[in-house]
Design a protein around this ligand. Structure first.
Ligand code: ADP
Ligand code: MG
Length: 484
């Protein structure tokens, strides 16, 4: 599916694979009943199970498994009927129990793909797997001078680690993939997607090679928590690697961190291999068994996926593929569109207004559609008044402005108050037309002589005389009739 097309950077092909940690939106932890809420006082939400104190046993949270299944179904993966939890052993202060429970050899979600558009071209990134695991605690460096605090609240928080094949060929494609993945997990509601709070963290594996050469050695950029930094970090890393190679050095596999202040990546540690972690099946947890009926139940309860919804928008409302894709950027956006399109009976007009007037204001104010000052039904009322000829498109923009700044009053009241009604009354319009024709005999003569441009000049005069309230279509008709 992947076209494999890539823009070369100084003669090198860029190769990128992603590992993303999506924090699952369960209220309690993956193996305990402690709360996962963000922002609590340090060390108030880690229980004995999260710390693996002697005598405790982990118990699988079904909600976390269900979310993994939903994800797998959303991206066309195989859901493993039987998967295994393993201990990944390592030492770090924020992991006092000395191991992380993860999945190693047999993950719950296998294969699948994420599809999206990049510069109008369809792309597909293959997934290797998505596995369930627990998060570790957090080291706090900021609040202490010369000391580091440990907050274990995050220990045991459920994560789905989503791993791609090294299918991406540019930083732009990597960001487009990450945005699509973010859209999928938030759309199906398995993750809140809050990148600042660390609910969606991406690690980018980056290497470069000459076209046709075997894969180069990769360096892994850890914890990219904004799309902007993601692009900057990968671009810097690519330039750095090419320079190293051009200078005659070999790239060493490493884990690096991106520093947003300098815009640079820097090696944190040389990369461990799986063997360093001494993985072994966790003796405290039985295999995770998922019956077909469970998968079916999850499938039946799932919401319509963005891609399916976009196809339906094309079929039901006659939208272009592009418009349908934009309008299914988020569930809130799609719901707004559908409500307004249904209420107005004008899907194409609705799509144009959401992607034009509304999008412009949302962007300018950096707000989400859920915070829009004009709701879907107000927009629908406005569009009905355009469609039935009450107001012109320009007048509608004035009404929209008034609604946006919450001047008060509904659409019809605002049209009335601002005197924006188009002159549809043919008698009143007829008088204006007659006056204008009488005052411009030269234009009339030119029109009759076959110069159709003369008509435009007359229409302009009439619009002016009516203070913009004449219905241009009616003016055209009347003019033609009167001039024969
Ligand atoms: P590890 O077991 O060390 O985590 P994996 O084989 O699981 O390594 O790969 C981790 C990630 O790195 C995957 O997303 C994969 O696509 C990506 N990757 C592997 N090799 C390369 C490479 N040469 N260049 C870029 N990305 C790579
Ligand atoms: Mg890995």
């Amino acid at each position: 599916m992947n076209t494999g097309k890539s823009a070369l950077v100084h003669g090198y092909e860029v190769v990128i694979g992603f590992e993303t940690h999506a924090q699952l939106s369960t209220r309690s932890k993956i193996f305990s009943r402690a709360s996962t809420a963000f922002g609590a006082e340090p060390n108030t939400q880690a229980c004995a199970v999260d710390l693996a104190l002697p005598g405790t046993l982990p118990v699988m949270n079904k909600g976390a498994v269900e979310r993994a299944i939903e994800f797998g179904l959303a991206v066309g993966s195989h859901i493993a009927p039987r998967s295994i939890f393993a201990r990944k052993n390592y030492f770090y202060p924020d992991l006092p129990k000395g191991y992380q429970i993860s999945q190693f050899e047999i993950p719950v979600v296998q294969g699948g793909q994420v599809e999206f558009f990049l510069a109008g071209e369809r792309r597909s990134v293959r997934l290797v797997r998505a596995h369930l695991e627990e998060d570790a605690g957090k080291s706090l460096h900021e609040d202490f001078v010369g000391q580091t605090g440990i907050d274990l609240n995050r220990a045991g928080t459920p994560l789905l680690e989503i791993v791609t094949e090294p299918d991406m060929r540019s930083s732009e494609e990597a960001v487009a993939y990450a945005k699509e993945l973010h859209k999928i997990v938030t759309w199906i509601g398995i993750c809140d997607g809050n990148m600042q709070e660390g609910s969606f963290r991406c690690d980018a594996n980056v290497s470069v090679r000459k076209p046709g050469a075997p894969l180069g050695t990769r360096r892994e950029i850890k914890n990219l928590n904004s799309f902007k930094f993601m692009q900057q970090a990968i671009d810097f890393e690519v330039r750095w690697q090419i320079e190293r190679i051009e200078d005659g050095h070999a790239i060493e596999q490493a884990t690096v961190l991106f520093n947003p202040d300098t815009g640079e990546t820097r090696a944190m540690r040389s990369k461990e291999d799986a063997a360093d972690y001494r993985y072994f099946p966790d003796p405290d947890l039985p295999p995770l068994v998922i019956a077909d009926e469970w998968v079916q139940r999850v499938r039946d309860a799932m919401t319509e996926l963005p891609r399916v919804m976009a196809q339906r928008f094309q079929a039901d409302y006659g939208l272009t593929e592009y418009d349908a894709t934009v309008l299914t950027q988020s569930r809130a956006m799609a719901a707004y569109f559908e409500a307004a399109a249904k209420a107005s009976g004008q899907p194409k007009l609705t799509s144009n207004w959401i992607m034009g007037e509304l999008a412009r204001r949302l962007n300018a104010g950096e707000i989400e559609i859920t915070e829009s000052a004009v709701n879907a039904l107000q927009l629908a009322q406005l569009l009905v008044r355009i469609a039935d000829g009450t107001i012109s498109n320009n007048a509608a923009k004035q009404v929209f402005d008034a609604l946006w700044s919450r001047e008060g009053g509904d659409v019809d009241q605002l049209i009335e108050a601002k005197g924006l009604k188009q002159l549809n009354d043919t008698d009143a319009l007829g008088e204006i037309v007659d006056t204008v024709l009488a005052a411009n005999p030269k234009n009339v003569e030119e029109y009759r002589g076959g110069n159709s441009k003369a008509l435009n000049a007359l229409v302009g005069q009439i619009m002016k005389a009516s203070q913009g309230k004449a219905n241009p279509q009616q003016v055209n008709e009347l003019l033609r009739k009167k001039m024969g």
